[in-house]
Design a protein around this ligand. Structure first.
Ligand SMILES: Cc1ncc(COP(=O)(O)O)c(C=O)c1O
Length: 498
């Protein structure tokens, strides 16, 4: 008999029941071959006396082990470690100081190029220059929570808790059809809407169905990085066209159409990501005609439609599409807050149906209760109220941010004041570089974004997308002061030319 008194340590202060502690420790002894298959276990009275526990504790523990199949009971003979338990073999790990599960896997898997965004360094008392996100402090959390609670408390709330349709909550699909037709000039029915968990899911689903290996997709010379990676991941070849103050150059798109069989074009027509340029009316119409003539899809990612400051928002390409070429993608994640994973993919019904089938493979359905909450949030006018409120705040922040940038750093940078969105595309004069500035900035408590993120194999932009929407006025002053300090420290001659 093994020395049970020393091999088993029971903690009487633990929240775990004694019989469970005992059975778990038996499992470890069996796994470690301290108790080998066929070994006889002491009788319950004997073990209870050794461990100074009640006999019922030992009996309960043996019952647990029997139930799990670790031990077997042979009538009139006793209780034994199960004969057929194989030895658990363990790999030799080079660094045995680390448990194996913290190192590499014991199986191989595909290591494909995926979006690798280093997590923000966890630094306290630092300001971060983000690339254009909303101010989550302004998000109408209370209104949404009240609506959610109201639905959850309803007698019919049970309807939201089970398996539903993969297409998304029907109330939200209906509310969105009305809302998007009214606000974006679309002409859709709810059958053309698939609710997703955000724009990114919609981009992935569309890409997966559009592209095979070596399909061609046209994107801007600089583009939203996650879209580039999504297209690349499913095998598409990216063909890039220049972007200027009128957005994607559609003559360059036409030239590519003559040379390659284009499957799709991706655009952020309202404000090109990252440069913020709005696609001109002429180019919009040109693009739609090209899509019709060359039979390609336009993936229109309308991520910041709600934010336009100088005049009414420009209707999306989807509102002019007469030929079923546009796949329209959007979400509430930028407008309300990224945590609410509610987005949509809008396209002709045949494509939406196929996307729904594909979505079912990765995600059976969304959060129906949250989606119903957003249906009411839209129908009650709360979404519109929220947009009106933040639009004014962001417009003011844009002005303050751009004025300060120009005043303090106008000599070293150039930028167009964005007509909308949440960021400014700031070009650095060629004699300066962001890397040097970032080092100084960090010393002064400011982390600036990844300046090389939007560079491509062909072009180094020497530009940074600077978000302004998430800071209040005093934070904007602090951020620009720190940035100015970093510029001055990096380039002491700056501003002393007169
Ligand atoms: C251009 C663009 N498209 C899509 C997304 C993803 O949005 P969502 O949070 O809805 O997945 C973002 C988020 O930053 C974005 O900037």
């Amino acid at each position: 008999m093994i020395p049970y008194k020393t091999s088993i340590q029971l903690d009487r202060d633990s929240k775990q029941a004694l019989y469970l502690q005992l059975s778990n420790q038996f499992v470890t002894l069996i796994k470690n071959r301290v108790l080998t298959p066929g070994a006889k276990l002491p009788g319950s009275r004997t073990l209870a006396a050794i461990l100074e526990v009640h006999r019922k504790t030992v009996i309960a523990s043996y019952e647990e082990l029997l139930l799990q199949g670790w031990i077997e009971s042979i009538p009139k003979k006793g209780t034994f470690v199960h004969q057929s338990i194989p030895l658990l073999q363990q790999k030799e790990f080079s660094n045995d100081a680390q448990p194996p599960h913290l190192q590499d896997t014991g199986f191989s898997f595909l290591k494909e190029p995926l979006l690798e965004r280093p997590p923000n360094e966890e630094l306290t008392n630092f300001h971060y220059l983000n690339d254009g996100v909303s101010d989550t402090r302004l998000s109408p959390m209370k209104v949404i929570a009240k609506e959610y609670r109201g639905l959850a408390n309803r007698k019919r709330s049970i309807d939201y808790l089970g398996y539903g349709t993969t297409y998304g909550n029907p109330e939200l699909r209906a509310a969105l059809a009305v809302y998007l037709n009214e606000t974006r000039g679309l002409h859709i029915t709810k059958e053309q809407i698939l609710i997703t968990r955000g724009s990114q899911m919609a981009l992935y689903l569309a890409s997966r169905l559009l592209f095979e290996s070596n399909s061609y997709v046209i994107v801007g010379e600089t583009n939203y990085v996650a879209a580039d990676l999504t297209f690349g991941y499913v095998g598409a070849q990216l063909l890039r066209v220049p972007v200027d103050e009128n957005g994607l150059n559609t003559d360059a798109v036409e030239s590519l159409c003559k040379k390659y069989q284009i499957k799709a074009l991706y655009c952020t027509s309202h404000h090109h990501h990252p440069t913020t340029a709005t696609l001109s009316a002429k180019r919009r119409m040109h693009l739609l005609n090209l899509a019709r003539n060359y039979n390609f899809a336009i993936i229109e990612d309308d991520y910041d439609y709600d934010f336009h400051y100088d005049h009414a928002p420009i209707l999306p390409l989807a509102s002019h599409d007469q030929n079923g070429n546009v796949i329209y993608v959007g979400s509430v994640c930028k407008t309300v807050a990224p945590v609410y994973r509610v987005g949509y993919l809008i396209a002709p019904k045949t494509f939406v149906d196929q996307c729904a089938k594909l979505r079912r493979i990765v995600d059976r359905q969304g959060d129906s209760l949250l989606e119903a909450t957003f249906a009411n949030f839209i129908k009650n006018g709360d979404l519109d109220r929220h947009i009106r409120k933040v639009l004014k705040i962001y417009a003011d922040r844009r002005t303050i941010f751009c004025d300060l940038l120009k005043k303090n750093l106008g000599e070293a940078i150039s930028f167009e004041v964005p007509k909308g969105g949440m960021a400014v595309w700031v070009r650095l004069q060629p004699q300066y570089n962001w890397k040097t500035i970032a080092i100084s900035a960090k010393k002064n408590g400011l982390i600036i974004g990844d300046w090389a993120r939007y560079d491509t194999a062909k072009i180094e932009h020497n530009s940074l997308r600077m978000g302004f929407a998430a800071y209040n006025e005093s934070e904007i002053h602090t951020v620009i002061e720190k940035l100015t300090l970093a510029f001055n420290e990096s380039y002491p001659s700056l501003g002393k030319s007169e």
